[in-house]
Design a protein around this ligand. Structure first.
Ligand code: 4GX
Length: 252
């Protein structure tokens, strides 16, 4: 899979794309990422990428022509259709479903806006406008890295264990269960006995219980569309009907 990123801050991508799962996938040629400096597509002496807004008002707007030129260069380089995403707080909330769907595309371009945004005519070349959350950032670069990371994980081979990607708790609409590693005791903090028991049936059940409880407490909205198995459904019904089958942490 290929990603083309259009930005006025290419340096923001260097360290982020060299590290971890994504960095390794690029080394292994499973992913190709090309970062395009938008100023390379300007034609004026000052390499301007922004201008004042028609109609007046504060702030600057990104000029359309450099962006069109960058997208033309990307289309030419790729030769086959490129899905163009615009990072924007006005976009549709980006979800795990979107990450899975876009992971099946051959070419994705990520357009990073700055200032007050892009000239509205840029949207004629945009397939999807996506937001990573309801807060205001200084530019689309961090959102582009977030989207790239989440999408890349769905490209076959990028994550070592595709089982873990497919079963990732978020894909099923549940929050993850608590994780522990050695030592079994730190000060007065102990690993729950069940995890040391070696009883794998009980461990599986405890983890499901924890996932369901956490989701109900922290993100009840996720349960509307969660793909629960019979056991998880049963656990949820039990909690909702007021029965506490273990797993209480004494804080609630
Ligand atoms: N999720 N921002 C983009 C400039 C801008 C505005 C409109 C295009 C259209 C954001 C977010 C985000 C701030 C990035 C404004 N570019 N993007 N930037 N939250 O807040 O995606």
């Amino acid at each position: 899979m290929t990603f083309d990123i259009v930005t006025i801050f290419p340096a923001m991508f260097e360290a982020a794309l060299a590290a971890g799962v994504v960095g390794r996938a690029i080394d292994r040629r499973l992913l190709e990422v090309v970062v395009h400096d938008l100023r390379d597509f300007t034609t004026d002496r000052h390499r301007s990428v922004d201008d004042v807004p028609y109609g007046g008002g504060p702030g600057m707007v990104m000029k359309p022509e450099p962006i069109f030129k960058a997208l033309d260069a990307i289309d030419e380089r790729r030769g086959t259709p490129v899905t163009v995403l615009l990072m924007s707080p006005q976009g549709k909330p980006f979800t795990q479903r979107d990450a899975e769907r876009l992971g099946a595309q051959e070419h994705v371009a990520l357009l990073c806006g700055r200032y007050e945004g892009v000239d509205e005519r840029v949207r004629s070349r945009v397939d999807e406008e996506v937001s990573i959350g309801d807060y205001v950032l200084s530019g689309g670069e961090l959102p582009a890295l977030v989207v790239l990371d989440a999408v890349a994980r769905h490209v076959p081979g990028v994550v070592g264990d595709d089982q873990s990607v497919a079963e990732d708790s978020f894909s099923r609409g549940l929050l993850d269960f608590p994780h522990y590693t050695r030592p079994a005791v730190v000060g007065d903090l102990r690993v729950p006995d069940v995890l040391l028991s070696g009883n794998h049936q009980e461990i599986r059940r405890w983890r499901k219980q924890q996932s369901v409880e956490r989701t109900l407490e922290r993100r009840p909205d996720l349960l509307e569309n969660a793909a629960l198995d019979d056991e998880e459904r049963q656990i949820l019904n039990k909690i909702r009907s007021g029965v506490r089958a273990g797993g209480s942490n004494g804080r609630d």
